[in-house]
Design a protein around this ligand. Structure first.
Ligand SMILES: O=C1O[C@H](COP(=O)(O)O)[C@@H](O)[C@H](O)[C@H]1O
Length: 232
């Protein structure tokens, strides 16, 4: 329901600060409950943050990592978010973490989504940490404007789960956690970089339809305070 903007000089400073904040929260969750869960986004923005987080000193054997959203493609595909996380986050000290993929080699994306929902049900309620991204079209997770299941995805009554999504701007069929799965994370972050994305954020903060800019669902209705990390 409330958002705080954290501004950094550049992407490197942001990546280090976000890695510190996330690392501290993972360690606190492990101390409190013995395990910690984090869902991260794909795309071009989080690479430096992943590399910084992978070096943080904590008991990674107790950390479960998954994705906010994924393309229905195998990890070897260049556009796989799993591939990005494997190459940049599940390295160094974080190589000991357990990764739970959303993609499954199932006959259909719907079947893969059902399998991913089942595999994540035990630790996604709520996540300790969710790091969202945002596209220049105002999408977050795979909540795309014009998406086939957008209304269902951002409906707070839709249960915690992974569902499929198709949209013109999405390329491949997507697998995405629903709004209800993400909005109550212990530490809810929106990580964006560049002046273009700051302008998109300003438009999203203005009155308008959530179906046109789905990031508005998080800005307006997330139960957890949204921490916005931005660098030019
Ligand atoms: O499609 C996606 O894009 C967004 C934003 O990506 P970026 O390249 O503009 O950083 C990302 O948050 C999402 O996870 C990804 O699937």
């Amino acid at each position: 329901m409330s958002a705080t903007l954290h501004t950094f000089e550049n992407g490197t400073a942001l990546a280090e600060a976000l890695a510190d904040a996330v690392g501290d929260r993972l360690a606190a969750a492990i101390k409190e409950r013995g395990t910690a869960s984090i869902a991260v986004s794909g795309g071009s923005t989080p690479k430096a943050f992943f590399q910084a987080l992978s070096q943080r000193e904590l008991d990674w054997t107790r950390v479960i990592v998954t994705l906010v959203d994924e393309r229905f493609v195998p990890p070897e595909n260049d556009r796989s978010n799993h591939g990005l996380v494997a190459a940049n986050l599940l390295q160094n000290k974080a190589a000991a973490a357990r990764f739970v993929p959303l993609y499954r080699a199932a006959a259909t994306a719907e079947h893969a989504a059902a399998m991913a929902s089942e595999a994540t049900a035990g630790f996604a309620n709520p996540f300790d940490i969710v790091v969202l991204g945002m596209g220049t079209d105002g999408h977050t997770a795979s909540f795309f404007p014009g998406g086939t299941r957008l209304r269902e995805a951002i409906d707070p009554a839709t249960p915690r789960s992974v569902i499929t999504m198709n949209a013109d701007g999405a390329g491949e069929t997507r697998l995405t956690f629903t709004f209800s799965s993400l909005q109550d994370a212990g530490f809810l972050v929106l990580h964006i970089e560049g002046d273009g994305k700051k302008e998109v954020l300003a438009r999203a903060e203005a009155p308008g339809d959530e179906m046109e800019m789905p990031i508005r669902a998080m800005l307006r209705r997330a139960r957890s305070p949204l921490q916005i990390y931005w660098a030019p």
